[in-house]
Each structure stands twice: as C-alpha cells, then as structure tokens.
Design a protein around this ligand. Structure first.
Ligand code: FAD
Length: 426
C-alpha cells in the first residue's frame, strides 16, 4: 500500500513532539511533513526569564531542519497562508502549495493585540508570549532599572493563559530585589479573573490562598475583575466590574513597564473556515481530537476550542498547558495509527494539567486531574524546589526536542513533582 502523507501544521510545544510521535507510530505507513512559521523551536515557558535577563534567547532555541531531516521528517519553515480543507491542501508562505491525506493542526494562538487600543509590543506594553518579544521586554526592563518607575503586570480580558502572568510578577519581584531597587518600584497585578489564583480553572487546590499570600508577602497589589479599556504611553486605563459585569470603579495606573497576557484567537490561515473553526478561529475537535466535518483533520494544543469552566463577570479562558497538550499528541498519534490499520479512532486525551509556576526564588506547582473540575486529583504545593524543578523541566524538554525523542514527558514530571515534595516532607 502506498504511504499516506501526514502534515503537521505548527512546530511549537505540541507540533514538534506530535511530528516525532506520529513518525514513530506510522513508520512505513506514512511520510510526515512539518510546516512551521520559521525554522526554530523556542522553549516558551522560559520567556519570563528572558524578560529579566536570566536566559539568553539563544539558550532556548532549537534549529529544527537538521533534526527533522535526521528523523526522516520533511520540513518547510515558510508557514501556511491558507488551509483549503475541501481540497486537502494548503498554500504556503513561499508561494507553493502542499497536499495532505491527514492534517494535524498545532498552530498555537494568534495574539489579539488589536482588540484593545494601545495594547501590545508594537504599541505601549511588552509581551512574553514569543521569545523575540521577551528579549525586547528585557531591554525595556533594563531601562526601568536605570530609571525606576511602577510596574503593571497580569492579563487582559479574554486571556486564557494566567500562569505566566503570575510567574512574571513574582520573577520581577525577585529580580528587582537582587538589584536592590525593589523599594523604588511599586507593582500592581491586574487580571479579569474573579479572584487571585482562579487561573482559568476555578482554582486548583488552594491556589487562591497560596498566590494571595505570596503577593501580600511580596507587596504586590492586585485588581481582579479588571477590564482594560485602553493603554497610552505610560498609563493603563481600566474598569473594575461587579459580579453582574457592571462598572464598579475605574483605574488609571501609571507604569514604566507593563506586561499583560493578551486574548488569544485562531491564526489567520484558518480564520473563517466554516465547520473547521469556531467564530474565534479555534479548531473544533471531538473527543478523539478529530474535526467532525473534516474527519482527516486533527487539532491539538492552544489552537483548539475548549469552553470556559463556568461563568465569570469577564471572559476568562481555560489554559492549555504542556501535560494536557502532550496527552492530546498521544491521542492523535494513536488514532492515526488506528486509521492506518483500517480501524475506528478510540483514543482520548486525558486533559490533565501540571504546572510549575516559577517565582525565581521559589514557586507554586499544581496538578489537576482532570483539568476541568470536579477532579480526582487537586494538588498544589509551594517551595524552593519548584524553581529547581522548572530548571530541570527546561533542560529535559529541550534535550527531548533536540534528540527527536517521542516518549511522553509531563506524566513523569507530575509524578516526580509529587514525589520530590513527599521526600521533602519526610
Ligand atoms: P505554540 O507552542 O505556540 O506553537 C505554535 C506553532 O505554530 C509556532 O511554532 C508558530 O510559529 C506556528 N504557527 C503559527 N501559525 C502558523 C502558520 N500559519 N503556519 C505554520 N506554522 C504556524 N505551559 C506549561 O505547561 N508550563 C509552563 O511553564 C508554561 N509556561 C508558559 C509561558 C508562556 C510565556 C506562555 C505564553 C505559555 C506557557 N505555557 C506553559 C502554556 C503552553 O504550554 C504554551 O503556550 C505552549 O507553547 C503551547 O503549545 P502549542 O504547540 O499549542 O503552541
């Protein structure tokens, strides 16, 4: 039987390991091609360290073409400009077009800066979502250290990734203390979450108590239920809302450095494709990660559509973290294997979450199984070990990407995290 062609669209955290795992699962049955925007993989979870100068961007970059070639995986770094699911093909940035039998979409988010006036790295705030912007945020951080002024950090309404906002706030606090200038830099955390530690997950264990206590201890003020109206150079304008969404109070905060996680939406190459994506551009998938209309298309990672955990006064999206993404990757690879054996798809992702929120000198870890409550495991813990575990996570994951390894990693991390904590307590 002729080999089929599987195209993996996007080579971030999900797409890279998906390509390795699908290649291993379908050896001799399918050829695999990765289409990415750019030739490099960046370890995004280390971006807060880049923003304070603790990591050089180069240290978290992996150049993919030689690694993919070694794995027998085709690679195109020009990106997709438009997917044509009715024709099983897509247009690429280099002017060519590529056909597929199966498509695995792992494009991550498009960052919706334009939805708030004056927002984003091209305008008046900085970003840590991409390593290149985190490097620009670092240059601005050095300017702030030379001329100390207030910091505003957090997330905008509609964001669906809160862990990095908390990490950034605490890491800035640690970095400023090390430079001996923390007392000159007032800090405010602003978020659409209804309470500190909600994280888009209605909390995990006592993340509310832990993160509030951590913020009090570090003299970081906070405003929850905060909706950003606009940002001028050096001033952010916000509305704090009541339970019913009505206006409670307005705030105008001056800043010398401001980073808020943006709302996410689907990438332009997919936007508006009826049946493939929802109105926000997120890929619609069933419990087997498969699109109901285009059954040869799968989705995984931040680009898929997941409903919020429950109603909140402002839109607060559900995060898609590494553990969860890894379980989607395995389900997609196993389901593709079944389809190539003439069987029906049966594999489902576990959608568990493990998160290490590093604060530079300590941190908070949580494990939510499953991610959406009510849960079987609801575990949160804090301490210096979290900072060390995050360094280990970075090293281990980068080594995995560099070696083209396909075995699951986050499940082990979760077990180790709970094990390390147990050892520390004994
Ligand atoms: P991405 O990693 O964003 O990858 C998407 C890829 O698709 C990119 O390479 C992009 O260039 C490519 N792409 C986009 N459009 C196209 C196109 N048209 N054609 C081709 N390619 C395209 N999770 C954790 O579990 N732990 C953490 O500590 C953690 N920290 C985080 C810190 C930050 C700052 C952020 C933003 C997120 C963090 N996350 C963390 C959440 C999540 O794990 C990451 O966002 C992760 O990178 C998401 O993986 P992904 O594969 O879905 O998307």
């Amino acid at each position: 039987m002729a080999e089929s062609h599987v195209v993996v669209l996007g080579a971030g955290l999900g797409g890279t390991i998906a390509a390795y795992e699908i290649r291993a699962a379908l050896k001799g049955k399918a050829r695999v091609t990765v289409v990415n925007k750019g030739d490099d993989y960046w370890f995004v979870p280390s971006n807060p360290w880049v923003a304070v100068g603790w990591r050089e961007p180069e240290a978290i970059r992996v150049n993919l073409p030689p690694i993919m070639a070694k794995q027998g995986i085709g690679f195109n770094g020009s990106g997709a400009t438009r997917v044509h699911p009715d024709e099983n093909r897509m247009d690429l940035g280099d002017g060519t077009s590529i056909d597929y039998d199966y498509l695995v979409i792992a494009t991550g988010p498009d960052l919706a800066w334009d939805e708030i006036e004056g927002f984003g790295p091209e305008r008046n705030t900085v970003s840590i979502c991409e390593t290149a912007s985190a490097a620009q945020a670092h240059a601005k951080f050095e300017e702030l250290c030379a001329n100390p002024r207030p910091i505003v950090v957090g997330a905008a309404q509609g964001a669906s990734c809160y862990g990095p906002a908390y990490e950034m706030a605490m890491t800035l606090d640690t970095a400023l203390k090390r430079r001996g200038i923390r007392h000159k830099v007032p800090m405010t955390f602003v978020t659409p979450e209804p309470y500190i530690g909600h994280l888009g997950l209605d909390g995990v264990g006592d993340t509310k108590g832990m993160l509030e206590s951590e913020m009090r201890d570090r003299h970081i003020k906070w405003i929850t239920n905060a909706k950003v109206a606009s940002v001028d150079e050096g001033t952010i304008h916000m509305v704090e809302v009541n339970e019913d969404g009505s206006e409670k109070k307005t705030h105008d905060l001056d800043f010398g450095w401001c980073m808020l996680m943006p709302p996410f939406r689907g990438v332009p190459a997919l936007m508006g494709l009826e049946g493939l994506v929802n109105p926000r551009g997120f890929v619609i998938v069933d419990k087997h990660q498969r699109n109901p209309k285009y059954q040869n298309v799968f989705g995984l990672g931040v680009c898929i559509a997941i409903p919020p955990t429950g109603p909140t006064p402002l839109p607060v999206g559900v995060p898609k973290t590494g553990f969860m993404i890894e379980s989607m990757v395995t389900a997609v690879a196993e389901n593709l294997k079944e389809l190539h054996a003439g069987q029906e798809t049966t594999h489902e992702a576990t959608w568990n979450a493990v998160c290490l929120a590093d604060f530079g000198d300590g941190g908070v870890a949580f494990i939510a199984k499953p991610q959406i409550p009510p849960r079987n495991t609801n575990w949160a813990s804090e301490g210096k070990w979290v900072h060390l575990a995050k360094i280990g996570f970075e090293k281990y994951f980068l080594r995995k990407v560099r070696k083209g390894q396909s075995e699951p990693f986050f499940e082990k991390l979760a077990m180790h995290a709970m094990g390390i904590k147990k050892l520390e307590m004994n």
